[in-house]
Design a protein around this ligand. Structure first.
Ligand SMILES: Nc1nc2c(c(=O)[nH]1)N[C@H]1C(S)=C(S)[C@@H](COP(=O)(O)O)O[C@H]1N2
Ligand SMILES: [Mo]
Length: 318
């Protein structure tokens, strides 16, 4: 495969996958493509009206979360995105406008007292929105700092009432290749899937994000609902979620499905554990010339290190 060389920190995650793997995937994944229930498919966007939850913004600021750097410029964050469903470049703004984010159903299923489907606006109104400033760190080594609006994953878990047999929460992005051209590339293990342990999910930091910069999330940032886990690499923060499942087995994540040696389930930020193509010792702060030293757990060690006691044998930082 021809690999186009770019400045180190700009080399995208897409270059992780050797062509051989692409070819295998193409063969393996052909069969399942027709099985998605059409009722649940997000549609192509027509002229979309005002967001039905606009009255909830700006949400109350949670001042417990502070930054060690300025907030990233809004336009910059909104025009430098990873969203492979709409292309592998950082410029997905116009392509992602094809995604109709209303109506939008979220399935909550698996090991729960009562599986359900709930409209995004009903779900949001059952939860308490708050705004938090978080650092964000992509494995490609760029970083930003943004105000997210959302509700805690912990409150979602309480709402879903999982059975004690559930050990993980699995999050899946919508699936509709007619809207998201990237999903026609069948060598990727769509739908984009991520997961957390129940212990991680019910800790304080993870957010189900519905907004950014005091407004509902624009499509390119993962509307209408995405995950944010600020102590993990950005690929954990799955966008445009349509299904949340409580399961007993560790879910196979999208990037693990592509290249397990480079992208694992845990993906906790650690400056001392390099990725094969990126030293993780420092990060490039978006919109500045500044490189800052990477911090263990992206600076959130105090809040999350305890989650990994007894798991030292795991590949916690890949
Ligand atoms: N569904 C989906 N979610 C995704 C991705 C993706 O390609 N598809 N990219 C991930 C990666 S690698 C990063 S760094 C962040 C980028 O989030 P942002 O574009 O809002 O900054 O989204 C993550 N969530
Ligand atoms: Mo990323």
């Amino acid at each position: 495969m021809l690999i186009k060389r770019r400045a180190g920190w700009e080399m995208p995650e897409s270059q992780a996958t050797p062509e051989a793997l692409f070819m295998n995937r193409r063969g393996l994944l052909g069969a399942g493509a027709g099985l998605i229930a059409s009722a649940a498919l997000p549609k192509l966007a027509a002229a979309q009206g005002a967001d039905p939850t606009l009255d909830l913004y700006p949400a109350k600021k949670n001042t417990a979360y502070t930054l060690d750097r300025p907030v990233t410029d809004e336009d910059l964050a909104a025009n430098y995105n990873n969203f492979y469903e709409f292309g592998t470049s950082k410029d997905v703004v116009s392509a992602s406008k094809r995604l109709a984010t209303r109506p939008w159903m979220i399935a909550i299923d698996g090991m729960v007292e009562k599986p359900m489907e709930i409209g995004i606006d009903d779900l949001i109104r059952k939860m308490t929105l708050e705004e938090r400033l978080y650092r964000f760190r992509c494995v490609e080594t760029w970083s930003m700092a943004v105000p997210w609006t959302g509700f805690t994953v912990k409150s979602l878990v309480e709402f879903a009432k999982p059975l004690s047999s559930a050990k993980y929460v699995k999050f899946e992005t919508f699936m509709n290749p007619k809207v998201a051209p990237g999903q026609s590339q069948r060598w990727y293990p769509w739908p984009y899937t991520e997961g957390l342990t129940i212990a991680e999910a019910t800790s304080d930091l993870p957010l189900m994000v519905t907004g950014i910069y005091g407004k509902p999330t624009p499509p390119q940032h993962g509307a209408p609902l995405r995950l944010i886990t600020p102590w993990k690499y950005g690929f954990k923060s799955v966008k445009s979620i349509s299904k949340i499942s409580f399961v007993a087995e560790r879910p196979k994540t999208f990037w693990e499905g592509l290249q397990a040696s480079e992208y694992g389930f845990w993906a906790n930020v650690n400056p001392e554990v390099p990725h094969p193509r990126w030293s993780q010792a420092s990060e490039q702060v978006l919109g500045t010339r500044e490189r800052r030293p990477t911090l263990l757990f992206n600076g959130y060690a105090e809040q999350v290190a305890g989650l990994y006691k007894g798991l030292e044998g795991e590949r916690l930082f890949v």
